[in-house]
Design a protein around this ligand. Structure first.
Ligand code: NI
Length: 454
């Protein structure tokens, strides 16, 4: 479709076209942005992004190494938050700290009016003992759930923070030419479900004043270096936890009929729960996972214990299936226990919801991703069964969360360590790509640039 000159709609001779054109303008946001900005400014802005990302690379690498060497568990991101806040203040941004915990928000007001776009990075690390032999390997230790453990940026959030710090510096340097506002959200406790860090930041008003029109986030993963995975719709799963206590009746192991055996009943429940996914859920709608991760009962070979308990997780990619599977889980456990004369207490803790990418927004930003990494490096990804509290923002405003491959150059994709592994390692060459991606989606969103570049 040719680009329409705005003056055309005012010409009397084309009056019958006014209504359809107006409808078109509303239907396709691509046409609502200032055309002059699209045509004239985009290549220059993109050139600036690419040049500055290269210039900032050494700084971003240094930040990432520093953060990697000083990881902090969820809800404890004091040092990281200070590093971020000091940097944003030095850039001249309006900075808020202590937002919903250790959250930091930086506001960059462009030189021209326009929409508000938010970029989000999560800051927390995991109770994992790093075994990768890096010069900036983490030696941090902590007590987690009563056990001593190492602390490691095993999910790569160190990369996210460094990339967004670099993006902030890059965009601060382009302030005068930005039509709109960029809100930088540095979020704590992504790895701290069910509360997490996004929920408290939203409650603290992070999506308001000014109101965010769209939000973007990226996550590094073990994909080939420099590749970007994207998809519209469900991209990460709802992650709910359950705990089931089966109450039987304790007796001698030689006389089971004198009691009620919670181990056998609990085992039936484990198997019964698996049939919810395999026999009762329409997996054509969306995949789902139910895992029992722990089962505890008993003390000794000849005593049937009084009770057994199990804990597990349910991962779903569809809100309707989520509710349905959780209902069936409760009913299955209670009914199996009841059939044997026992009882089952089912406690379900709802975690993060499904991360739903806004499909039109994801499609609209595709050209930006493609410009940065090239068509051959951009692929439509499958939804993941990990949870993400980016989902909480995307429930409130149109959101787009995409993946950046950071597998070390030359590594075998079949054996490369995944996120949360003590062997997870991100290639630093991905950092400037991450900066270009985040800066590009922000700038292109603000200027309404959505064309595929040659
Ligand atoms: Ni993560």
């Amino acid at each position: 479709m040719p680009r329409t000159r705005p003056s055309l709609v005012h010409a009397p001779s084309v009056a019958p076209l006014v209504a359809p054109l107006a409808a078109l303008l509303l239907a396709f946001p691509i046409f609502t942005a200032p055309l002059a900005a699209q045509v004239a400014d985009a290549p220059a802005l993109h050139a600036t992004i690419d040049r500055r990302a290269a210039e900032l690379e050494a700084k971003v690498v240094a930040w990432r190494r520093d953060i990697h060497q000083h990881p902090e568990l969820s809800f404890q991101e004091v040092r990281t938050a200070k590093l971020v806040a000091d940097h944003l203040r030095a850039l001249g941004l309006e900075v808020s700290t202590g937002v919903g915990g250790h959250g930091v928000v930086g506001l960059l007001k462009g030189g021209k009016p326009g929409p508000v776009v938010a970029l989000r990075a999560d800051m927390d690390a995991l109770p994992v003992t790093e075994v990768v032999d890096l010069p900036f390997k983490s030696a941090v230790r902590a007590v987690y759930n009563g056990q001593e453990t190492g602390v490691m940026h095993a999910c790569g959030h160190d990369n996210h923070v460094a990339i967004l710090m670099g993006t902030a510096e890059l965009l601060a340097g382009m302030k005068a030419s930005l039509p709109g506002t960029v809100k930088f959200i540095f979020q704590p406790a992504e790895e701290g479900p069910p509360v997490g860090g996004a929920g408290p930041m939203i409650e603290a008003g992070v999506l308001e004043n000014p109101k965010v029109d769209a939000i973007f986030g990226l996550h590094v993963g073990p994909g080939p270096l420099g590749t970007v995975g994207w998809r519209g719709g469900a991209t990460a799963a709802a992650a709910d936890q359950f705990r089931i206590v089966v109450r039987g009746k304790q007796t001698h192991g030689a006389y089971p009929s004198a009691g009620i055996d919670p181990i056998v009943i609990g085992s039936q429940i484990v198997l019964g729960l698996q049939t919810i996914i395999s026999r009762q859920s329409n997996l054509i709608t969306a995949p789902a996972v139910l895992t029992v991760g722990a089962f505890h009962a008993g003390l000794r070979e000849n005593i049937i214990p009084d009770s057994a308990w199990m804990i597990g997780t349910v991962r779903t990619l569809d809100a309707g299936m989520r509710t349905d599977i959780l209902d069936r889980l409760k009913r299955t456990a209670e009914s199996i226990a009841q059939s044997a004369g026992a009882s089952a207490e089912v406690h379900i803790e709802r975690g993060y919801p499904v991360t739903m990418n806004d499909a039109p927004l994801a499609l609209r930003m595709m050209p930006s991703l493609q410009r940065v990494v090239g068509a051959a490096q951009l692929f439509e990804s499958q939804p993941g069964t990990a949870g993400e509290d980016f989902s909480r923002y995307a429930e409130k405003v149109p959101g787009f969360f995409f993946g950046l491959g950071v597998a070390p150059k030359g590594s075998d994709p079949r054996t490369v360590a995944p996120n949360h592994s003590p062997l997870f390692v991100a290639d630093e060459a991905a950092l400037p790509i991450g900066v270009r991606l985040m800066a590009s989606v922000a700038v292109d969103y603000l200027i309404g640039e959505t064309r595929v570049q040659p």
